[in-house]
Ligand binder design. Structure first.
Ligand code: SF4
Length: 343
């Protein structure tokens, strides 16, 4: 695995901004691209350890051996070589006791390996939950007690991120692992990396694509758990937050390393919400768009010559019957139909 990339394309240095941008794009999308290929229903677990640079090659070799020894057949190791920082990714079914037992044994061996090389159990991403039970293996008991004391001073009730960074639970790294449910074909490959978020037009209004997917997964999980109250609450809240306010412009797909277009999912969900009559009407309009727009123009022309009261009531009735998304609200502020433009 470690040598797989150079065999695909030899390493090269470049001062060309375009070539550098392309390489960075591959590097930044690496985690998502690899995690996307995980077996369905498994969770991608990404580690973040560091060893002194002069020990990096040996640590890599040993890590690859360790992964093989524990039966991880498709791990990926990458990272920041100049800093001795290694990321590697494994996949586990977090609801399978056998997978959890393997993860427990592997983590124990990993901690020994990294500490034997004089490394740190966490590098650039923080201790989190995965290494919280092991910090007393890296630091002295006195120092760990100081850390706990600082935490207690700021958080006497222990309500801030319990179990994260500091924990007394020696099995904290095996608990509350996130399961990944299969929910929607369009987005099941999502690894929740968040690359789509900066380009999403609704990010400052309601939800981002990643958040829309997370809500769908939470809903599926609640349904599987039989928590119907939560299902109902999520259905109600996601209507505006997730479905109504998505621009469905597909911009997210341009930033997503695995090409997920959350807008396609939202389009389908909107379509499923439509009644047959509404869907049939819009299908017919799409097939005969010229006629549909001409008819709409003539309707506006005619409406301008009719007392408003004669239009308002049927307009409201049609909106109530067919749906406000299908029948536009008419008002006296609307212009008449106008003339057809020549291209
Ligand atoms: S949809 Fe967004 S969060 Fe999911 S993989 Fe693509 S970029 Fe990452």
């Amino acid at each position: 695995m470690i040598s797989a990339l150079p065999t695909v394309r030899p390493a090269e240095l470049s001062r060309d901004p375009a070539a550098r941008a392309a390489l960075w794009s591959v590097r930044k999308g690496l985690y998502a691209a690899v995690a996307e290929a995980r077996p369905p229903g498994t969770t991608a677990l990404l580690e973040d350890v560091v060893v002194p640079v002069e020990r990096l090659a040996a640590a890599c070799r040993e890590l690859a051996g360790l992964l093989a020894e524990h039966g991880y057949t498709d791990p990926v190791i990458f990272g920041h070589a100049k800093d001795g920082n290694l990321h590697f990714m494994i996949t586990e079914d977090t609801e399978d006791p056998a997978d959890l037992a393997r993860l427990e044994a592997f983590t124990e061996d990993l901690v020994r390996l990294i500490l034997r090389h004089g490394g740190n159990l966490k590098a650039e991403h923080g201790t989190g939950r995965a290494m919280a039970p092991f910090i007393d293996r890296q630091y002295s008991a006195a120092l760990v007690e100081v850390l706990h004391g600082v935490k207690r001073a700021f958080d006497p009730a222990g309500v801030l991120n319990p179990g994260v960074v500091l924990t007394a639970d020696t099995r904290a790294h095996l608990q509350d692992l996130k399961p990944v449910d299969r929910v929607d074909d369009e987005v099941d490959r999502c690894v929740e990396c968040g690359y789509c978020e900066p380009v999403c037009p609704s990010r400052d209004l309601t939800l981002t694509p990643r958040q829309r997917i997370v809500v769908r997964r939470a809903r599926a999980r609640a349904e599987a758990d039989g928590d119907l109250a939560l299902v109902a609450a999520l259905d109600e809240q996601q209507q505006y937050e997730s479905i109504d306010t998505c621009a469905v412009d597909g911009l997210c797909a341009s930033a997503c390393p695995v090409g997920i277009d959350t807008g396609a999912l939202v389009k389908r969900l909107r379509g499923e919400r439509r009644g047959r009559l509404s869907a049939g009407l819009w299908r017919a309009a799409a097939r005969h768009w010229d006629t549909a727009t001409a008819a709409a123009g003539r309707t506006l022309d005619a409406a301008a010559h009719v007392p408003p009261g004669l239009i308002t009531a049927p307009n409201r009735a049609a909106r109530a019957l067919i749906g406000p998304d299908t029948v536009p609200l008419w008002s006296t502020d609307l212009p008449s139909g106008g003339r057809r433009r020549s291209c």
